[in-house]
Design a protein around this ligand. Structure first.
Ligand code: NAI
Ligand code: 15L
Length: 264
């Protein structure tokens, strides 16, 4: 890869991926609405609000791949989600079409399907059941990506990330956890595949309990190596009290499904 754009580079995942992707591309063009001033070799930075159409057009020009992480990452006001996630995704895809910017890895979320019960095993063709306006915005992003694929041939991986943190913060995340190393391997495979298309990929490690089936993307050759099993006996996991009738336990989206409407 010559120049890859990493949006949302100042966030949790962006900071982690800057380390694990170091040296993978000739240049990683970092971008965020917030400043970043600790650039490493091979990194450049463009400060940009994803909701700003003209700014995103310039941001994307000259890139040959995009890892699109930027935007609102949890439930928030509709106005914030509209700007960061809906206008932001539109601007990125429109820039991609205009500048032929190569493949996109779109950071979707498990909250697109968060209102499925935990006993239901999902795959790429399971219906969307968003658990929040945040989840709705990720569903919009996925549909947008599919439109740009069908109409213009822009390839994307729609990665429904589970919980990508150093370790699972609670019992739910024993099922949803993805390590940064597994995510890094997925990113490299998405950009290296001979053909990508526009697949849905569940972003999850090889955990003992599984809610999501990635068989339909076995052509990517992604076989996650890490497992949440190593965290099962940590005190915060063992000591968590679980009520099976709590919506946060019933639904895959956990607390997002259980929470009230943000604007109320
Ligand atoms: P984060 O909230 O830490 O990072 C998001 C970044 O986007 C922030 O640095 C923020 O400044 C930037 N941003 C927000 N609005 C913007 C705008 N209008 N213009 C430009 N930049 C803007 O989130 P995190 O955890 O790093 O997640 C990255 C992506 O992955 C997000 O899209 C999130 O929805 C998705 N994701 C993450 C999961 C996780 O477990 N970390 C799980 C599922 C999805
Ligand atoms: C997400 O989509 C969020 O961005 C992240 O902060 C976590 O809440 C994650 O989902 C999760 O479901 O654990």
């Amino acid at each position: 890869m010559k120049r890859v754009l990493l949006t949302g580079a100042g966030g949790n995942l962006g900071r982690a991926l800057r380390k694990t992707l170091a040296g993978w591309a000739d240049e990683i063009r970092l971008s965020d609405i917030a400043p970043i001033d600790d650039l490493n070799e091979g990194e450049t930075f463009v400060q940009c609000d994803l909701g700003d159409y003209e700014a995103v057009m310039s941001l994307v020009e000259g890139c040959d791949g995009i890892i699109h992480l930027g935007g609102i990452s949890v439930e928030n006001t509709f106005d914030s989600i509209l700007n960061g996630n809906i206008k932001g995704a539109y601007n990125v895809y429109e820039a991609c079409r205009r500048h032929l910017a190569g493949r996109v890895l779109f950071a979707s979320s498990n909250h697109v399907i968060g209102f499925h019960e935990r006993e239901t095993c999902l795959d790429a063709d399971s219906p969307m059941r968003p658990d929040s306006m945040y989840g709705v915005s990720k569903g919009f992003g996925e549909l947008l990506a599919r439109y740009y694929w069908d109409k213009f041939g822009v390839e994307s991986a729609l990665v429904r990330i589970g919980s990508c943190f150093d370790k699972p913060a609670n019992r739910r995340m024993l099922s949803t956890w993805m390590s940064v190393d597994d995510f890094t391997d997925l990113i490299k495979r998405v950009f290296a595949a001979d053909r990508l298309g526009c697949p849905v990929v569940y972003g999850v490690s090889d955990n003992p309990t599984k809610w999501w089936d990635n068989t339909k993307v076995s052509y990517l050759g992604w076989n996650p190596k890490d497992s949440s099993a190593v965290f099962e006996n940590e005190p915060h996991i063992l000591e968590e009290v679980v009520d099976p009738n709590d919506p946060a336990v019933r639904y895959q989206g956990g607390g997002f499904a259980a929470a009230g409407h943000f604007e109320d």
